[in-house]
Design a protein around this ligand. Structure first.
Ligand code: AMP
Ligand code: ZN
Length: 110
């Protein structure tokens, strides 16, 4: 838990969010500013600023993020085909510095 992190606050229940799925390691919320008919954020409950900060201890956490994408794609016919995006660093557009995968589906994306 990082006190100034919006995703840590959502995980702690201090900020509301539309939770789509959750397990021991991962939470999935709807993006507040969706850029596709389905736009979810797959977020580890552990605060890690971006993928470059992962350590060998995070193998399971890293796998859990992809496995959650697999589960989401199975749950909804509209999500069977999807795109994952991960911004790592401000220069490539990251604005929330807590790992998240954008899960985008529901329309043809350029
Ligand atoms: P990124 O540029 O990869 O850091 O993307 C951060 C994403 O988090 C953006 O798509 C925002 O719309 C989304 N976001 C920021 N605050 C919230 C929030 N409170 N609830 C849901 N999504 C959020
Ligand atoms: Zn955080």
């Amino acid at each position: 838990m990082k006190s100034d992190c919006v995703f840590c606050k959502i995980i702690a229940g201090d900020i509301p969010a539309q939770v789509v799925a959750e397990n021991a390691e991962v939470i999935v919320i709807k993006d507040i500013n969706p850029r596709a008919p389905l736009h979810y954020l797959i977020i580890p409950k552990k605060h890690v600023p971006d993928i470059s900060y992962l350590t060998p201890d995070d193998h399971q956490l890293a796998g859990s993020l992809l496995m959650m994408a697999q589960e989401l794609s199975q749950q909804d016919p509209n999500a069977r085909e999807f795109r994952l995006i991960s911004n790592n660093g401000a220069t490539v557009g990251q604005v929330v510095f807590h790992i998240h995968l954008h899960f985008l589906a529901g329309k043809v994306l350029s």
